[in-house]
Design a protein around this ligand. Structure first.
Ligand SMILES: Cc1cc2nc3c(=O)[nH]c(=O)nc-3n(C[C@H](O)[C@H](O)[C@H](O)COP(=O)(O)OP(=O)(O)OC[C@H]3O[C@@H](n4cnc5c(N)ncnc54)[C@H](O)[C@@H]3O)c2cc1C
Length: 432
């Protein structure tokens, strides 16, 4: 067996402000609501509950932002995987229309919170560009831009030449720009959410992995691995790609593959000007999508799918290094300074799932690798629902938990799908 790969800190861990101390829970406590998981979903729920005066305790296994929320690409992208017309066809005009309005405003949720609480989070809001990797996907993004424009969003189709001018690569047939999008330093944002949630009155405990959930006399007993319990009227579970076995069949209802990222050190001014010169962030239409941007200090970073297992050596990121050389030859001799990865949660219908398997146990899971805006906005809705018990507060229907068929085989299945998509997506072309 190969030796474990010594994981260096991610770019975000190396550049985020220090975390607020969140000591483990040391003695039994009571609350109105216990939130499990300290990513954007849990932290936003805790913040919005505390702002309503609801007594809230959040238990996080490691530290706020340890999961996807501290590891992601920091691209703030409104919308879901489905286009507005598709959502209205799936959910009906009325519910679908509300869902489109919710999905279209998820980036606002992030930038509004940053402004409202004067958060110390490097951010920029110049838009998100989705590159189309084939002529067929160029038609798809043209329709996507038109659908969002029709609903009042600041969006536009970019032809091949305009796409190249905005991205700095000839890889794409066309693209669309959604000016509602932007970028944040993701771990800084998670840590700031934790700070403002505590300032609003929430209690947050790190290093407090929840080991069991039990219902007694109409209340929930949430017990950590250290044997300390929180007694609460309601529980909100937000463990997403890091979901374990607290709730039967929940882990089996998602697939949680790893997404891998690499980043350079700050680029020279000349090179910096040649990539995303107008400050947008970008991802593409591939099934195994590539996402890339510059950070607030001019480092280039790019991410994409890698092995399902945890990485064992730097070679597990080499596919991304090859992509960089082809897409941006000017980066060929720029060394890679950071390599990291994290788990995303995918559902069978590519929609986020809400569950309430028992009264007062509310679950939010599955954000398809697009959770910065979504989970921030979802936290506000979850808080609204838990405080009022009005299901209209929730953007998605509450569904029973359905395990995926043959879930034990999912690692092999995902590896096969990744290999298939690598073939069908077509390779990244070498720059002409
Ligand atoms: C590499 C990568 C790149 C991504 N890029 C983007 C992007 O650019 N834009 C975008 O919008 N989205 C992106 N995403 C997705 C986004 O990061 C996630 O959707 C979002 O962070 C999920 O937030 P969350 O709060 O639901 O879950 P998480 O942030 O994963 O938080 C779950 C938390 O639950 C805790 N937990 C688990 N079990 C327990 C337990 N038993 N007790 C207590 N705590 C527990 C974990 O420690 C973890 O901190 C990316 C994800 C990854 C991994």
């Amino acid at each position: 067996m190969s030796a474990p790969f010594p994981l260096a800190p991610s770019l975000w861990a190396a550049t985020a402000p220090a975390a607020l101390p969140t000591p483990p829970i040391a003695e039994p406590a009571t609350a109105d609501v216990c939130v499990i998981g300290g990513g954007y979903a849990g932290l936003s729920t805790a913040l919005h509950l505390a702002e309503r005066g609801v007594r809230t305790i959040l238990l996080e296994a490691r530290e706020p932002g340890w999961g996807g929320s501290g590891r992601n690409g920091g691209q703030v992208i409104p919308g879901l995987k489905y286009d507005p017309d598709e959502l209205e066809a799936m959910f009906g005009q009325e519910r679908g229309g509300r869902l489109v309005a919710f999905a279209g405003a998820t980036a606002d949720a992030v930038f509004d919170l940053i402004a409202k609480h004067k958060m110390d989070v490097p951010h920029v809001r110049e838009g998100w560009i989705q590159g189309a990797h084939t002529p067929a996907s160029a038609r798809t993004v043209a329709a996507r831009a038109a659908q969002w424009e029709k609903r009042g969003a600041s969006a536009a189709f970019l032809d091949k030449a305009e796409t190249e001018r905005h991205l700095g690569t000839r890889q794409y047939e066309a693209s669309w720009i959604d000016r509602r999008g932007g970028a944040i330093q993701p771990l800084a944002y998670a840590r700031e959410l934790a700070r403002v949630a505590v300032a609003a009155g929430a209690t947050i405990h790190g290093d407090s992995p929840v080991a069991s959930l039990a219902r007694r006399d109409g209340r929930w007993i949430v017990t950590t691995r250290q044997g300390i319990s929180v007694t609460a009227d309601q529980v909100v579970l937000c463990t997403n790609g890091y979901t374990g076995d607290l709730v039967p069949k929940l882990r089996q209802s998602i697939i949680a593959p790893n997404s891998f990222q690499i980043a350079t050190e700050p680029l020279s001014d000349n090179i910096r000007k040649s990539i995303l010169p107008f400050g947008q962030v970008s991802s593409d239409t591939r099934q195994l999508l590539l996402y890339f941007r510059l950070d607030h200090e001019g480092r280039f970073l790019i991410g994409g799918r890698g092995p399902f297992r945890e990485p064992t050596s730097a070679a597990d990121w080499s596919h991304l290094e090859r992509v960089v050389e082809k897409m941006f030859p000017q980066l060929k001799s720029v060394p890679i300074a950071y390599r990291w990865c994290g788990r995303v949660a995918l559902t069978r219908d590519f929609l986020p799932h809400l569950h309430e398997p028992e009264p007062g146990l509310v679950i939010d899971i599955g954000c398809m690798g697009r959770g910065v805006g979504l989970q921030t906005a979802m936290g506000a809705r979850l808080a609204d629902y838990v405080a009022t018990r009005n299901r209209d507060a929730l953007p998605f229907p509450v569904l029973p938990i359905k395990p995926l068929p043959l879930h034990p085989l999912h690692k092999a299945y995902v590896s096969a799908i990744i290999a298939w998509y690598r073939l069908t997506d077509g390779g990244v072309k070498a720059a002409a």
